[in-house]
Write a protein that binds this ligand. Structure first.
Ligand SMILES: Cc1cc2nc3c(=O)[nH]c(=O)nc-3n(C[C@H](O)[C@H](O)[C@H](O)COP(=O)(O)O)c2cc1C
Length: 354
């Protein structure tokens, strides 16, 4: 496979640098309308069976780019052409911030995984708002918001509200990120006493659908509590999951020397799928479940759909799988939908447990 050779070359370059280069190349390739259209004709999901409408937004396909790849929305016109059904941009914070010192992104090649402690490096919600106003995307764009590092815990509600005010009205949906392991104290905001005022304030700030993104490291009772809270507050859905702080079962040597951070890719897949199944059992169709974490193959994607996910996302799978990754997953899903006699994606959601 051509990408395997290309990937070997890419992997000679430090991960954050090659990310910047490849992202720039993708933006360049999709900057001109004719090339963007040609790429979209090749890669974008076109089979109507893949299209789905959830929380009032129409998605041409269920596979989206996960948060963190396009932190500032500089590729708004890129993701549809690269075959994604949508993209979640961010995390942005109310104020621009540099993130953690480099190096802060590492490949765990033997696990086809990544470890990162980026720490929400971003240009701020205000700049994302400008981009969302200027660059009209061809697929839905969700905006993921987090807490500014220097904001103390008792300022969290105001900080999230400010970001929601800036980007909420311009995005197709808003994701409240309380699950990154790389901002000190952030994951403590998942405790329902802390989460309730944040989600209430964000909901009050915008009529855009609001979802909350949770960590795979939550206990089962905590997952249940958040699910109940999300239903009670009338959220649109839950994005599950972020990266894990667990280092269990990793094959890559020397991981302990890399320092703290969240692990993504196959090592998080099992727990991510487990959290999805738990959520679906708890909330059924009352919330839209977005599954992310270790999705690599069409088989993985199909498993998540029939377990209750209406939308899917990937980051690490895209990095290891290459530019055709989203198309490959969409094609595989379309095949399974037709083989299973499903008239639409929505009919397959949760079908393994219904
Ligand atoms: C380098 C990197 C940066 C990330 N940055 C963010 C972020 O800013 N906000 C967020 O909610 N998730 C972030 N994530 C988590 C992903 O969105 C996703 O939840 C996680 O990686 C699991 O999916 P995957 O196995 O497909 O990568 C990041 C992941 C990686 C690898």
């Amino acid at each position: 496979m051509i990408y395997r050779a290309l990937r070997r070359a890419f992997f000679l370059v430090p991960p954050e640098r090659i990310h910047t280069w490849v992202f720039a190349l993708l933006r360049l390739a999709t900057a001109l309308t004719p090339t963007r259209r040609a790429l979209a004709r090749w890669l974008a999901p076109r089979d109507p069976v893949l299209a789905t409408t959830v929380f009032g937004v129409r998605f041409p396909g269920p596979v989206g780019l996960a948060a963190g790849f396009d932190k500032n929305g500089t590729g708004l016109k890129t993701w549809g052409a690269m075959g994604f059904g949508y993209a979640e941009v961010g995390t942005v914070t109310s104020k621009a911030q540099p993130g953690n010192p480099q190096p802060r992104m590492f490949r765990l090649a033997d696990d086809r995984a990544l470890l990162n402690r980026m720490g929400f490096n971003n240009h701020g919600a205000g700049e994302l708002a400008l981009r969302l106003t200027r660059d009209v995307p061809d697929v839905p764009i969700g905006a993921n918001i987090g807490k500014t590092k220097i904001t103390p815990p008792d300022g969290a509600v105001a900080d999230y509200s400010e970001s929601a005010r800036l980007v909420g009205p311009l995005a197709s949906f808003l994701v409240v990120n309380v699950s990154s392991p790389n901002t000190p104290g952030l994951r403590d905001l998942q405790a329902v006493e802390s989460l309730r005022p944040i989600l209430t304030a964000v909901r009050a700030e915008t009529s855009t659908p609001v979802l909350v993104k949770i960590a795979p490291d939550l206990s089962d009772p905590d997952v249940d509590e958040i699910a109940d809270l999300a239903v009670e507050l009338g959220l649109a859905g839950i994005v599950a999951t972020n990266t894990t702080i667990s280092r269990d079962g990793l094959a890559t040597p020397g991981v302990d020397q890399l320092g703290p951070g969240g692990v993504s890719g196959p090592p998080v897949a099992r727990r991510s799928a487990e959290v999805l199944r738990r959520l679906y059992e708890r909330v059924g169709d009352r919330l839209v479940l977005v599954s992310v974490g270790g999705i690599e193959t069409p088989e993985d994607a199909w498993e998540r759909i029939i377990s209750g996910a209406s939308l899917l996302q990937g980051y690490t799978g895209f990095v290891y799988g290459g530019g055709l990754w989203a198309k490959h997953i969409h094609d595989g899903l379309a095949q399974r939908l037709h083989d299973g006699g499903f008239a639409s994606l929505a009919d397959a959601v949760g079908s393994a447990v219904r």
